[in-house]
Write a protein that binds this ligand. Sequence first.
Ligand SMILES: [Zn+2]
Length: 186
Amino acid sequence: MPTRALRTPPFEIRSSPIAGRGAFATRAIARGDRVIEYVGERISHAVADARYDDAAMAEHHTFLFAVSNRTVIDAARGGNDARFINHSCAPNCEAVIERSRVFINAIRDIAVGEELFYDYEYQRSGDETAEDEARYRCACGAATCRGSIMESRAAYEAREAETAAKRAAKRAAKRAAAAGVPAPAS
Ligand SMILES: [Zn+2]
């Protein structure tokens, strides 16, 4: 879908009315443009968990990007300015994972001076506490704000249902294969 990859990031970092610092367009960006790659140290979830205590370092979590079940990118180490792009529930960019790399692409035309956002959609584990909910509360101000930087409960439940269905299908296939094994010749 990206029409062109931009050689130099078309944005600058300055203070944001939403949260801390943010990324603001310095050139007109077209829908589909690849704005920047999200880079940093690639580590496991276990290393990320050990590195950042959730309660004490909540703000550092905004520099972590979960690429897959195996890999997290820690943009606090070796990261570029992609780590300053804030979350919004009504974003103008999206994070796209391609072959385990993460790119931020524009999903609509963006004018000079607009702040860039993508939807962080942190994956839920299903056992979030009230404290977690408070920590990841969203204040993006969008009319469609879902109130959380985390994915919606419905999105979480849909993902869980899909995983369960896949597991059931795999089990059924295994059973069918076992039943179909020819008996050894006597
Ligand atoms: Zn929001």
